[in-house]
Design a protein around this ligand. Structure first.
Ligand code: HEM
Ligand SMILES: [Cu+2]
Length: 540
């Protein structure tokens, strides 16, 4: 689609500020500036963790030692996991795109508590700094895996306490953002912006925020208990002292399973924004999609036990958790069904945001179906702690949330930079990433079914061919990612100017100038139509 309006030249929120230089960013309370701060930080950590992932894959390229020893390998997958989960994908959507577009989408000038919003970013950065410090001090980087399972994490000599404390601080940031978003969505909607007209991205952020404020405190307590275990020898989880390691796993997953919905719900919201715009059709089943976000958040909070089928739970507990896990598939499937129904007979334009969104549906579906294999206790016993699990969760969080993040970058960033990226290299990047992704992770699914364990530094010779294939896939993926980055960077710096509504969207962010002015709206907006009612947007 071509820009539909004469190009804008206003510098918008980029120039309009009382401070100058870096201070105008790190002390800004403008949600758009904070959104970009978050974007650069989370994306920077993503790139670091990708580099670590590539190193892991190089080590696994051939059996035996390739480039590092076992201890380094343990540290690497731990840091890779911790950074990807706690510094990229959990804070990623709310922090960057949530901050950038949510207030505009509901017709507000900013979030309810702009200073808390800035505090949230500062807490995030402080936590990240503490995590990074833990790698170079004390006994060196933690080697426990991102789950910090006790009793091992109580006994290892590596710098677990500091790393865990860093995650604790990041958790505070998450709670603060959650409170801020819930209040904002309740209190600051423009006139006419009823709950039934709320863009689906906002609905998804709303559901996510509830998970954040209800589940994160449990993680916080659990992390403090790890530190107490290490420093005071409380022995709550230490069998030798009468403690129970299973209790740790319950506490950890009571947060961390809901946390996967913090990672995936906003991604689903992004997809629900992009699909109707690029299919030029109102979304099919608006209410069901909105409601399913809430249903996923609620039901998804009850299924944590499926991570412990092999840890020694009663048969009854296994049955119940298995059953509940299958329940969550229903609202997830409703979303997929409604996206596909929206595509049906749509007039589809395959530009970068849409290609990444369609890949989301495909990859997330594979992730979801492999999830059901693990949700059924009988089959989970076969694939538990194998590469199958690694394949599964990368399909969900990388193929799902990650690809939705790339979709959002191509869809929304031009709005904030006022310039566009080039379409052709974007499509080449997407093609390489999609191909590389499947080669990289589908191999892992097969390896897991064949019995290759996860978190292992070495493996039997029979697993060698597929491991090599997987590693080559990681390079194809990385090449695509490089092209994506260079293209976006160059486009947003010096590409063609983006009109105010390059894609023909009907949500409010497309109704204001590009880039947006500091206060977003010149006058209080009054909303008169739904977010996917494309009549009157001026685009055929
Ligand atoms: C180029 C990108 C990536 C590559 C090459 C990669 C590769 C790997 C490898 C080889 C492992 C270790 C497998 C094992 O346990 O034996 C791993 C673990 C993991 N990855 Fe990735 N990954 C990538 C991206 C991501 C993304 C985007 C996320 C999440 C947002 C992620 C989250 C994780 C987590 C949570 C673990 C588990 C760590 C643990 O077991 O403690 N990865 N990855
Ligand atoms: Cu789970």
């Amino acid at each position: 689609m071509e820009p539909t309006e004469p190009t804008t030249t206003a510098a918008g929120f980029w120039s309009d500020t009382g401070r100058s230089g870096i201070a105008s960013w790190i002390f800004s309370t403008d949600h758009k500036r904070i959104g970009l701060l978050y974007f650069y930080s989370v994306f920077g950590f993503f790139l670091v963790a990708v580099a670590l992932g590539l190193l892991l894959r190089i080590e696994l390229m051939a059996p035996g030692r390739t480039i590092m020893g076992p201890q380094a390998y343990n540290a690497l997958f731990t840091v890779h996991g911790v950074v990807m989960v706690f510094l990229f994908i959990i804070p990623g959507f709310q922090g960057s795109f949530g901050n950038l577009v949510m207030p505009i989408q509901i017709g507000a000038r900013d979030v309810a508590f702009p200073r808390l919003n800035l505090l949230s970013w500062w807490l995030y950065m402080a936590g990240a700094a503490i995590i990074l410090t833990s790698l170079f001090t004390g006994g060196g980087p933690p080697d426990t895996g991102w789950t910090f399972y006790l009793p091992f994490s109580g006994r290892t000599g590596t710098n677990v306490s500091l790393a865990v404390f860093g995650v604790f601080v990041v958790g505070f940031s998450s709670i603060v953002t959650g409170v801020n978003f819930i209040t904002t969505i309740h209190r600051l909607r423009a006139e006419g912006m009823t709950w039934g007209r709320l863009p689906l991205f906002v609905w998804s952020l709303y559901a996510t925020a509830w998970v954040q404020i209800l589940a994160t405190p449990i993680l916080g307590i659990t992390l403090v208990l790890i530190i107490a275990e290490r420093l005071l020898g409380t022995g709550l989880f230490e069998p030798g002292q009468g403690g129970d390691p299973l209790m740790y796993q319950h506490l950890f997953w009571i947060y961390s399973h809901p946390a996967v919905y913090i990672m995936i719900l906003p991604a689903m919201g992004v997809i629900s924004e992009i699909i109707p715009v690029f299919a030029r059709k109102p979304i099919f089943g608006y209410r069901m999609i909105a409601f399913s976000s809430i249903a996923i958040a609620a039901a998804g909070s009850l299924v944590w036990g499926h991570h412990m089928f092999t840890s020694g739970m009663s048969d009854m507990a296994i049955l119940v958790f298995s059953f509940l896990t299958f329940i969550v598939a229903i609202p997830s499937a409703i979303k997929v069904f409604n996206w596909i129904s929206t595509l049906y007979r749509g007039s589809i334009s395959l530009e970068a945001p849409m290609l990444f969104s369609l890949s989301f549906i495909f990859l997330f579906s594979i992730g979801g179906l492999t999830g059901l294999v693990q949700g059924a206790a009988a089959t989970d016993i076969h694939v538990h702690d194998t590469q199958f699990v690694v394949g599964h969760f990368h399909y969900v969080i990388f193929g799902g949330s990650g690809f939705a993040f790339f979709a959002a970058m191509h869809y929304w960033l031009p709005k904030f930079y006022g310039r566009r990226y080039a379409e052709k290299p974007a499509i080449i990047a997407w093609a390489l990433m999609f191909t590389g992704f499947n080669i990289l992770y589908f191999s892992m699914i097969v390896l897991g079914l064949e019995g290759m364990p996860r978190r292992y530094y070495d493996y039997l010779p029979e697993f060698a061919p597929l491991n090599l294939v997987s590693t080559i896939g990681s390079w194809i993926l990385a090449t695509g990612l490089m092209i994506l980055l260079v293209n976006l960077f160059m486009g947003l710096r010096s590409g063609a100017r983006a009109g105010s509504n390059p894609w023909g969207g009907a949500t409010l962010e497309w109704s204001i100038p590009t880039p947006p002015p500091t206060e977003n709206f010149a006058d209080e907006p009054v909303v008169t139509h739904g977010p996917y009612d494309f009549r009157g947007t001026g685009v055929p």
